[in-house]
Ligand binder design. Structure first.
Ligand code: DX5
Ligand code: ZN
Length: 225
């Protein structure tokens, strides 16, 4: 299967003073999804933005809004992110004791449900919620900041998750340190959605974004299963 990798630029590395324009620019540059990193300064050691900011940029594009919630507790806020216009909502397995309930809530809100695992979290936590999942997001850095180095040990976990998923229509998304150099390692292991922040936004112009996205896509698709 080639030509199938979805590229999801993370706006975490964009110019926040021009967030709406940056979203339009990455879509024009070939982004498939828009990755939205929500951080609370509690579950992760950084604070970014919440549902009102997402709602404010929703009218800038029809592209899929892929919302990555790094917040705890998460359940009280799921409806707000759905209302803001997120298409997919991903929660961390480590963020609360009621993963099954969170995933049910997301689907009941009519959104795609995802679970994210930190690098140190074993894949076995998804075993009993597979039927509630549309996406598994594997962190290849410790969440909280853009521009960190890819953790190669997670590649083995990608293979294990791929095997657990079997024939189910569940996306495997990779987040952290993705570049043209690291992308092939994870697509060869079974990943089909790649988040990239620093590697997409370097250069600061639409033309730079276009060539950055193309470089990741080409490298990823060449190695894809
Ligand atoms: C980290 C975020 C990532 C981050 C990726 O907590 O979840 O989405 O923005 O950034 P890069 O691609 O720069 O590692
Ligand atoms: Zn993310």
């Amino acid at each position: 299967m080639t030509g199938k990798t979805l590229i999801a630029p993370s706006v975490l590395s964009s110019d926040f003073s021009r967030l709406g324009d940056e979203v339009e620019a990455i879509v024009e540059a070939g982004a498939d999804w828009i990755h939205l990193d929500v951080m609370d300064g509690h579950f992760v050691p950084n604070i970014t933005f919440g549902a009102p900011v997402i709602k404010a940029i929703r009218n800038r594009t029809k592209a899929y809004f892929d919302c990555h919630l790094m917040i705890a507790p998460v359940d009280p806020y799921l409806a707000a992110f759905a209302d803001a216009g997120c298409d997919g909502i991903t929660v961390h397995a480590e963020a609360g004791p009621h993963l099954d309930r969170s995933l049910q809530t997301i689907r009941n809100l009519g959104k795609k449900a995802g679970v994210s695992l930190n690098p140190g979290t074993p894949e076995s936590v998804i075993e009993y919620v597979l039927d509630r999942l549309d996406l598994v997001l594997l962190m290849t850095v410790n969440p909280g900041f853009g521009g960190q180095a890819f953790i190669p040990a997670v590649v083995e976990k990608v293979k294990r998750v791929k095997a657990l998923i079997g024939d189910r229509p569940i996306d495997i998304e990779i987040d952290g340190g993705v570049s043209p150099e690291t992308a092939p390692l994870v697509t060869a292991a079974g990943a089909n959605v790649l988040v990239a922040g620093a590697a997409v936004f370097k250069g600061g112009t639409v033309d730079a974004y276009r060539s950055n996205i193309a470089a990741i896509r080409t490298a990823a698709d060449k190695a894809a299963l």
